[in-house]
Design a binder for this molecule. Structure first.
Ligand SMILES: [Cu+2]
Length: 536
């Protein structure tokens, strides 16, 4: 089986670079600040029609299971930056199709790896058994196929998928291994949201890249900032300088921050308000009138924007509010720049108003929690321990509410992502969260020196061997070890730590069922909890 000969070298280089980064942090930060290196966005002309990933709805078999085929492959992609770039993607050369799944259906995905390097595919925001999660333990060797399956049991939401091999996530996602995953739920049909994909229901995979003169991507997972790589060019759905012809009065934007470390504070270029209708895990209780929505890496939001005939307005990003960062936010992705331009037709098709009530989202009740766990985040570790694939950090009883108290102990930004569904934000530094964070979330910003309290509950899929991950979703930090593992157990379960990868050429390979068609445990009894959800 072919393996990438450069893997060890690249890891050695990264280790060296990390040492340099940490050892000379002050110097690096000062230098970055002084030179403004690589953090600003170059303004471009908006001359390319925005394109949308193909929709993959799967094939429904006689037993009702819907099967999706994804193949990770290498190729070249011409971003119009001087020539083709070497990229990787799923069912194409860059990014992957938009997977659409309907609540209640059984699904199976065949993920074939035609790359010459190992990868994984993680379903970010999906409620799935741990061994179907596509985290670092579900490595897919080159030339093999991984076959996860599960039953979709969570409300309508904008999720995504991306590769998640430990230590390699930043470069693989940057090179293209990511895509949208949309959950459809008939219960959400009454929300009055635009729903014609690619017309008035637009997925926007927002990333920042840097190109060299011949059009190749600069692949630099470490970057110049302590938070990781920042590109100088915005790419939306793989398009640089994208515009979209608006034909309807209202357009729904499904915003995904799929960047390595850049924060976006989205708003319209003329400052008009929009309606935020959904966060990471699904619809908000009511639409929120906002003029900004800030997303850290991994977060999503759905917004509805209304247009007037004949106008041109852009979705922009404004300087993010990162809290008590050292110095300015420049090196963490700042500035004001346009992301994608919208050109409204001379006459627009009428759009339905957004319903005043979108979904039943009861207030979270912290009093239901039986345990409080504390997570202290630093540059390279959580609770002082860098990620170890052979160590279980937290053992969580099934179907029990807990408070997870996450503290950023650094003077720099982090965020926090929990696998296996959604949580609720209880407080941020003791105060109630703003309404845009009051719905179902799976990734939340944790400002420097701040504490965010989350209410979590894992309703089913107990498995004392296969862990889920919690981690910072700034991809450099994740790769560097700002990640931990938890198992969900039933009373009396004996926890068996997963195998620790022991050789450099076989990074992260566990006992994951690669190339196995064996049917694992599927949906167990569904539980319903009205304040916290990990699905059912
Ligand atoms: Cu971080």
């Amino acid at each position: 089986m072919s393996r990438r000969p450069s893997l060890t070298q690249r890891r050695a280089l990264r280790a060296w670079s990390l040492a340099a980064l940490l050892g000379m942090a002050a110097v690096v930060l000062t230098a970055c600040s002084a030179m403004g290196t690589g953090t600003g966005i170059s303004q471009v002309e908006f001359t390319h029609p925005l394109t949308f990933p193909a929709v993959l709805s799967g094939d429904r078999g006689p037993d009702g299971t819907r099967t999706y085929d994804l193949t990770a492959e290498a190729g070249t992609t011409d971003f119009g930056m001087g020539g083709p770039a070497d990229t990787i993607g799923l069912n194409g050369s860059y990014l992957g199709p938009t997977l659409r799944m309907t609540r209640g259906e059984r699904v199976k995905v065949r993920v074939r790896n035609d790359l010459d390097e190992m990868t994984t595919l993680h379903w970010h925001g999906l409620h799935v058994p741990a061994r179907m999660d596509g985290g670092p333990h579900q490595m897919i060797e080159p030339g093999t196929t991984w076959r996860p399956r599960w039953t979709v049991d969570q409300p309508a939401a904008t999720l995504w998928y991306h590769s998640h091999p430990h230590g390699e996530t930043a470069q693989q996602v940057y090179r293209g291994l990511a895509g949208m995953l949309l959950i459809d739920d008939p219960e959400a049909d009454g929300a009055g949201l635009p729903a014609e994909y690619g017309v008035d229901d637009l997925p926007l995979v927002v990333q920042d890249k840097t190109f060299v003169d011949d059009g190749q991507l600069v692949v630099d997972p470490i970057g110049h900032a302590s938070t990781g790589f920042l590109g100088d060019t915005i790419v939306v759905n793989g398009v640089v300088g994208a515009f979209h012809e608006v034909t309807t009065e209202a357009v729904r934007l499904r915003l995904l921050n799929a960047s390595n470390s850049r924060f976006y504070n989205f708003g319209l270029s003329d400052g008009r308000e929009f309606q935020m209708v959904a966060s990471d895990g699904g619809l908000l209780p009511q639409p929120l009138d906002l003029d900004r929505i800030q997303l850290s890496p991994g977060e999503r939001a759905e917004i509805v924007v209304r247009f007037s005939p004949g106008e041109t307005v852009a979705l922009a990003s404004y300087p993010p509010d990162l809290g008590h960062s050292i110095g300015t936010s420049e090196r963490f992705g700042s500035g004001t720049f346009d992301v994608v331009q919208f050109r409204a037709a001379p006459s627009l098709t009428a759009s339905a108003p957004v319903a005043p009530e979108l979904a039943d989202v009861p207030a979270p009740d912290a009093a239901t929690a039986t345990t409080t766990r504390r997570f202290g985040i630093t540059d390279t570790a959580i609770n002082g321990r860098p990620m170890d694939m052979g160590r279980i950090d937290q053992v969580v009883p099934i179907d029990t509410s807990e408070v997870w108290e996450v503290t950023n102990q650094n003077p720099q930004p982090h965020n926090f992502h929990v696998h296996d569904g959604s949580f609720r934000v209880l407080t941020i530094d003791g105060a109630a969260p703003p309404p845009q964070l009051a719905g179902y979330k799976d990734t939340v910003y944790v400002a420097p020196r701040s504490t965010v309290r989350l209410l979590v509950r894992f309703t089913d899929y107990a498995d004392p061997t296969w862990p889920y991950m919690f981690h910072c979703h700034l991809l450099l930090h994740e790769d560097m070890g700002v990640m931990g593992q938890f198992v969900v157990v039933r009373p009396g379960d004996k926890v068996v730590p997963p195998p620790r990868p022991h050789d450099s050429h076989n990074l992260g390979v566990g006992q994951a069922p690669v190339d196995s068609a064996t049917a694992p445990a599927e949906t167990q009894a569904a539980h319903t909890d009205h304040s916290v959800r990990s699905g059912g």
